[in-house]
Design a protein around this ligand. Structure first.
Ligand code: ACO
Length: 429
């Protein structure tokens, strides 16, 4: 609370009287009304479906201005981080609050390399799961079991245990994802190579040495690194809010992150990158014109996947960076990839249509990621798994921040009951 905030209030006039509610001002001037006393003083709750108007916590991690298209992690603009920082630097920044110095970065990176392997039993467990199952379901299940393999790091009240679990999660998630992918194509898993950095290691565990040392391979590895940076946090999105809610019960960090993975899997959230590619393939394969497709969207037969966002009512700044990356990879010789070309036309047609502009629907982070991942050789159902590897630092940072929040309470929303009044069983009236 700032000095100015001590005087700042709003008044709620209701049948029983007037309630003064404090107003807090955030770093960037945004105002928040504190409702802590509302229920006790008035007997009333608020109804806010989807929490669109509700700040459930104070946070220092990420700032978004959805109208201006601004995204910053710990104060650093996403545009700067995308070109000037590696994923590990950004992960460190998001989790610990500051960019790492050279020694801190080396220490962090060494710990991740040392912990990248998964227990042999866990490998067997992953191998026994349905090989054609969706990678998000398999990843969430595998991450849940980490609490059982590492029960020395499940106490949220012990900072050393939370730190150990943080390292284990970051180190092992790429190994788990790569193994799931290799199982899905009937190939043997590739063990982590401690001589490689985080992103290179993940790509090698996934594809082997297919692209190693080629110009394209370098470009792909850089692109994956940048995409992970762009996904590292996004404040209280659905999956991060889920991690906080689950963590608020004092569930361990593995259980909380597994819940985040499940929340991310839905097509309205992280699953949209897969849905975008499937939509583009459907347009191409059915031969429907872009105009007719948009007419079907406007008739509400379907949504334009990769468009729209709860917070951004302007361009998602991540989508701008990703579009540039997509052009570098998919339009290398002025001969654009077929689905990328289709995506460009679809975007242009939607942005020229008042239906989308009036509703402030712009491309989001997922619109162009799928076409890039596809070109790299990832199957559609792995796209959301890549999102998850990128988002992990954010989930972890929010879980940890919540543990130190003095206002911390178990998450327990209220409801507006509109069901039946009391009634009796037949025969007992
Ligand atoms: N295509 C067509 N119309 C849309 C779309 C879309 N993608 N998104 C929203 N609208 C329309 C709605 O029909 C509604 O119109 P109406 O006011 O005439 O009824 C209006 O825009 C507002 O839509 P809401 O659903 O209220 O917006 P909300 O903020 O709840 O939803 C969401 C945001 C879920 C992202 C939505 O835009 C959507 O479904 N997009 C497609 C899926 C997608 O790309 N998800 C990824 C989001 S980014 C991320 O999570 C990583």
């Amino acid at each position: 609370m700032s000095e100015d905030d001590k005087e700042r209030t709003v008044e709620l006039h209701y049948e029983g009287g007037v309630l003064k509610l404090p107003v807090f001002t955030g770093t960037e001037g945004e105002r928040t009304i504190e409702l802590k006393t509302l229920l006790g003083s008035t007997g009333m709750t608020t109804l806010d479906p989807g929490f669109s108007n509700t700040a459930s916590c104070s946070s220092k991690i990420t700032y978004i201005d959805g109208d201006a298209g601004i995204l910053r992690y710990r104060g650093y603009p996403i545009e700067d981080l995308a070109v000037g920082a590696t994923f590990l630097e950004v992960a460190y920044l998001v989790i610990y609050g500051e960019l790492p110095g050279p020694d801190q970065l080396k220490d962090f990176s060494d710990k991740l390399r040392e912990n990248a392997d998964i227990p042999a039993d866990m490998g067997t467990l992953i191998d026994a799961m349905p090989r054609n199952g969706h990678p998000m379901a398999l990843m969430a299940s595998a991450v849940n079991t980490l609490a059982a393999y590492y029960d020395d790091s499940v106490d949220p009240g012990d900072e050393d245990q939370v730190e150990l679990a943080t390292i284990r999660l970051l180190a092992k998630l790429p190994t788990i994802a790569a193994r799931i992918y290799r199982n899905s194509i009937g190939e043997k898993p590739i063990s982590p190579d401690s001589s490689l950095d985080y992103v290179d290691n993940f790509i090698r565990m996934t594809f082997g040495d297919t692209h190693a040392d080629s110009e394209l391979g370098d470009l792909f590895n850089q692109a994956v690194g940048m995409l992970l940076v762009l996904h590292a946090d996004h404040e209280l999105n659905c999956s991060t809010a889920t991690v906080r809610v689950v963590g608020s019960s004092k569930a361990d960090i593995y259980a909380s992150v597994a819940s985040g993975l499940n929340a991310l899997s839905g097509p309205s959230h992280g699953g949209a990158n897969q849905a975008v590619l499937e939509m583009l393939e459907q347009i191409r394969d059915s031969g429907i014109s872009i105009e007719d497709f948009l007419e079907r969207v406007k008739a509400r037969e379907m949504r334009l996947m990769g468009f729209g966002h709860r917070v951004y009512k302007n361009f998602d700044p991540r989508s701008k960076e990703i579009k540039v990356l997509a052009s570098q990879i998919l339009d290398r010789d002025d001969n654009p990839d077929e689905l990328f070309a289709l995506a460009l036309k679809l975007e242009a047609a939607a942005l020229a249509d008042p239906y989308f502009t009036e509703r402030k629907l712009y491309p989001n982070v997922d619109f162009y990621t799928g076409v890039i991942y596809r070109t790299m050789g990832f199957p559609n159902n792995m796209f959301t798994a890549l999102f998850a590897i990128g988002r992990l630092p954010g989930w972890v940072a929010h879980y940890r921040e919540q543990l130190h929040d003095p206002a911390f309470r178990i998450a327990r929303p209220r409801q507006h009951y509109v069901g039946a009044s009391e009634r009796r069983l037949p025969g007992l009236e």
